[in-house]
Design a binder for this molecule. Structure first.
Ligand code: MTE
Length: 306
């Protein structure tokens, strides 16, 4: 299954590298001058038909309450500690069953992909949820450019390992690198994006700069941050949380109010921003994205394949 775009991953053929770098510098300057945040739309995007109409959480909410174990286990640890990570230059290794494997600069990974603003709901397996305006592009765009070969059935993702800049990695909080995976049809689904920003700006480090996955119908842990490797493979990859505790975390991890976590119910969620005692709301099957994704799981026992 190899589609188009052969050997054309070079972003420089589409937009001169200098333009891209200038934009990054402009952004860095804006951040230094204190202009960053929801008021400034720095990355040119088009709106998406896949966006939810629910009102987004505040920039503050989604950048100060995070899970990113590479910087510690506390919800405020990533915001405190992730500034130490160097995100430029950044390259991503693409390997496995692809026509065009290689080490690609971030600019080439983005290529000429259309950058969209995608306002998605994110439901964390721990029970909180948020509505986040991402900036990103469809993962399928990248996969089509690198040329997926016919034996590939899954996509495996890995986060950077750099303990000198990722303080949590100095301890064995998890097995590093953080690993995630998707079945190929899930990876090719138009809802699955690679995000490079939120609120119109580049991603804050605590949210997974400079490149993270966002899979809105799955629990948040599938949305792996600071990706450095994408591999097309034939076997289902063992993802980090399944490796930690297979009884509690499966491969699919589709949001499902009817299948409880062994230690707590998944029937309701607490929207971020309302304080710890805010009213919980019912969780929706596939996090409300069932129309677009349910067909991929027809006939599957979702209690068994959790
Ligand atoms: N990616 C890496 N590399 N390390 C992590 O610890 N945590 C996951 C996911 N991606 C995590 C990660 C979990 S549990 C969640 S809920 C989301 O990131 C949180 O994303 P956010 O902080 O942008 O809301």
């Amino acid at each position: 299954m190899s589609r188009g775009w052969k050997n054309t991953l070079k972003y420089s053929q589409v937009t001169p590298r200098a333009d891209y770098l200038n934009r990054r510098q402009l952004m860095a300057g804006a951040v230094a001058m204190g202009f960053a945040g929801p008021a400034m739309a720095q990355i040119a995007t088009v709106p998406s038909r896949y966006s939810t109409s629910m009102p987004p959480n505040s920039f503050e909410d989604v950048t100060t309450y995070n899970n990113f174990y590479e910087f510690g286990t506390g919800k405020d640890d990533p915001a405190k500690n992730a500034h130490t990570l160097t995100v430029d230059p950044w390259s991503v290794k693409i390997d496995g069953m692809v026509d065009n494997p290689g080490n690609y600069d971030l600019a080439d990974i983005i290529g000429g992909a259309t950058m969209e603003e995608r306002i998605y709901r994110l439901r964390c397996v721990e029970g909180w949820s948020a509505v986040i305006p991402w900036v990103g592009f469809e993962l399928s765009n990248l996969l089509n450019r690198v040329g997926v070969q016919s034996g590939a059935k899954y996509v495996k993702f890995e986060t950077l390992v750099r303990p000198e800049e990722m303080s949590g990695q100095k301890r064995k909080l998890l097995q590093w690198p953080y690993v995630e995976g998707l079945r190929l049809d899930e990876a090719m689904n138009p809802l699955t994006i690679l995000a490079t920003g939120l609120y119109g700006n580049e991603l804050p480090n605590q949210n997974g700069a400079p490149l993270r996955l966002v899979v809105p119908w799955k629990y948040g842990f599938k949305s792996i941050k600071s990706i450095v490797r994408i591999s097309l493979v034939s076997k289902e990859p063992l993802n980090t949380w399944q490796q930690e505790n297979a009884r509690e975390y499966g491969f699919f991890s589709n949001v499902n109010p009817n299948v409880d976590h062994p230690r707590w119910s998944q029937a309701t969620e607490r929207p971020l921003g309302g304080g710890l005692f805010s009213k919980r709301i019912p969780t929706e099957m596939f996090n409300g994205y069932g129309d677009q994704v349910a067909a991929m799981y027809t006939g599957m026992d979702l209690e068994k394949f959790y």
